[in-house]
Design a protein around this ligand. Sequence first.
Ligand SMILES: [Zn+2]
Length: 90
Amino acid sequence: MHPAQTTARSADHRWGEYHDDVVSLHWRLILAPKRIQDYVLAHELAHAKYGDHSESFWNTVGTLIPDYQDRRESVVLMPQAFLCERDVSR
Ligand SMILES: [Zn+2]
């Protein structure tokens, strides 16, 4: 849960990505509401522990963002990008 660095990027269609201890966030996330920014960050940090979207993964997200399900729906409705390639909802 301690990424070595956080980077901003625009080269792909993901809001966020976790890979090799680096959380990458889409630059458009700056324009999103803070509650969405927090959710995306918590989602990617949870991938530091779990590489999938298992129940344990969502439990970890839930400890960081108790109302993550509401926020997750908001992210899914945002057309510009999707959360991560592993997100089975898209
Ligand atoms: Zn994910």
